[in-house]
Ligand binder design. Sequence first.
Ligand code: ATP
Length: 593
Amino acid sequence: MLYSRLVDAYESISKTTKRLEITSLLVGLLRQTPPTVIDKVVYLTQGKLYPDYLGIEVGIAEKLAIKCISAVAGTTEQKVTAEYKAKGDLGTAVEELLDKKTQAALQKEPLTVEDVYTGLDRIARSAGSGSVESKIRQLTGMLGKASPIEAKYLIRTALGRLRLGVADMTILDALSQAFASGKASRTVLEQAYNRSSDLGLLSKRLAAGGIQEIESFKITVGIPVRPMLAERLPDAKEILEKMDGIAAAEYKYDGLRIQAHLSPNGITMFSRRLENITEQFPDVQKLLKQGVGIGEIVLEGETVPVDSATGDLLPFQLVSQRRGRKYELEKTIEEIPVAFFAFDILFANGTDYTGQPYPKRRGALEKLVRSQDRLGLSRQMIVRSAEQLDEFMQQAIADGCEGLMIKSVGPDSIYKAGSRGWAWIKYKREYKSEMQDTVDLAVVGAFAGRGRRGGAYGALLLAAYDEKEDMFRTTCKCGSGFTDEDLAKLPELLDKYKVDHKHARVDSKIEADAWFVPGLVIEVIGAEITLSPIHTCGMNSIRPGAGLAIRFPRFTGRYRTEKAPEEATTAIEIIEMYNNQLKKIESKPMEAV
Ligand code: ATP
């Protein structure tokens, strides 16, 4: 398949911000794509080469890309750098620099999708001595065959900055329209995606065998399942009503969620964002090896740091430091040991447990896990009254947890992969401020700092996720809570998300000084949620023309890097928090309001 076909679609997609238009452009593209390369087209359109969980990133250093461009354009590296500085994007710079006539002459052998995929794959995989030369050879070879416009997208992809804004859900919509029909097949596709976390694989099977092929998609040990998530409520009575009077209350451990895939060949572990974190937790591997029966098993649990002397649970931050510090791993493991509390089972020796109600899954988990030092099941109590629930909550807090997870025990309490629903409700301890809970918001823009913050970002524009429309809608401008260290670090943290215009998936009435692809998620607490004419989160849901804003937002210091932007607090959750706040005010005695 010609790369120019893909590039035509990219051009049209980048000119629109409407999701429906993007979807129909994708449908056109997918229908014209031969089934043999459809997986590659899907990955490339999202700026990737593989599903995220494999952790293989496209990426070539800017310096190398500049070297390659200068060789192909027949100009100096200084000139390329100057053009890059002027345009702010190396893709646009290369499009300008390449001589259209020379490139046309060179294009005797046109660039194909296969060429681009294979070239980028070689770049991604080359390591060690000679890798720099090999990367230069690959990229120069591809650029030599590319037209100026192809070169623009090739460079952006090679740098890991394609950023077309095509979300997973949009690809699923497009796939179902291109190869299957009706709402039912869209649901089947999404369920298969939730079990495989791999849109490329899904598209290949769908294009080759139709929707029947997708219906038989199974959980595979070693391939992560997208996690089930919880709703939240602040009141025990309300929670119990939602659960029809009976529920399993469990300690909500404040740690890191791990999905462990056990097989006779070894154990693989994935984070909540489906990154492979096996290497960082050899101690958890050891615990699981000792305490869980042999076979093919997929289970989930929370890893929590513990005090080695007392066994007390310690703050989450201590385990998050494990990430990325490979060289000091052994020391950290010794100094800050962790415990693992299993809370769900998804698969065991040929049986898919996700379709079974929670009590059955818990029963299977109890049989499978042999509790021992630092390994066990999440502490659980079946509750039938609000009083029982509150009492258990006090106990959980006293034991160092952040609250409770209340789980449905009804016949419908299946494991809903990849979705947030009322079968799980989180009940967290109250914070001192009126806003009862922290929120996790996506950074979508930033404002230049003034005075002491000159040259850095002074405040961030933050957004909640609107699941229905797959958009990020602003809810506050946050400038407090950042330490000097945070302020120094932010430009670097955000650089990889930077775009020169408001992103297609961002809904903002505010003009920011810098815009970002929603990527970084941070935790924020505010004084209260108020109606706002300028913020777009929850627009028109409470009052026409008004959205919802977080008043006096403050960064808690917690970067939620384990969360994808789509896992940020949703607009619906903010609306619920606003309504709960109103209820709380109404139920207070008059003089207290
Ligand atoms: P928060 O931001 O409130 O910590 P979250 O947004 O990260 O929560 P939620 O799905 O809203 O994620 O809350 C559930 C999380 O709580 C799970 O992802 C898991 O990491 C953690 N957890 C701790 N204990 C349990 C338990 N017993 N059962 C299920 N999840 C648990």
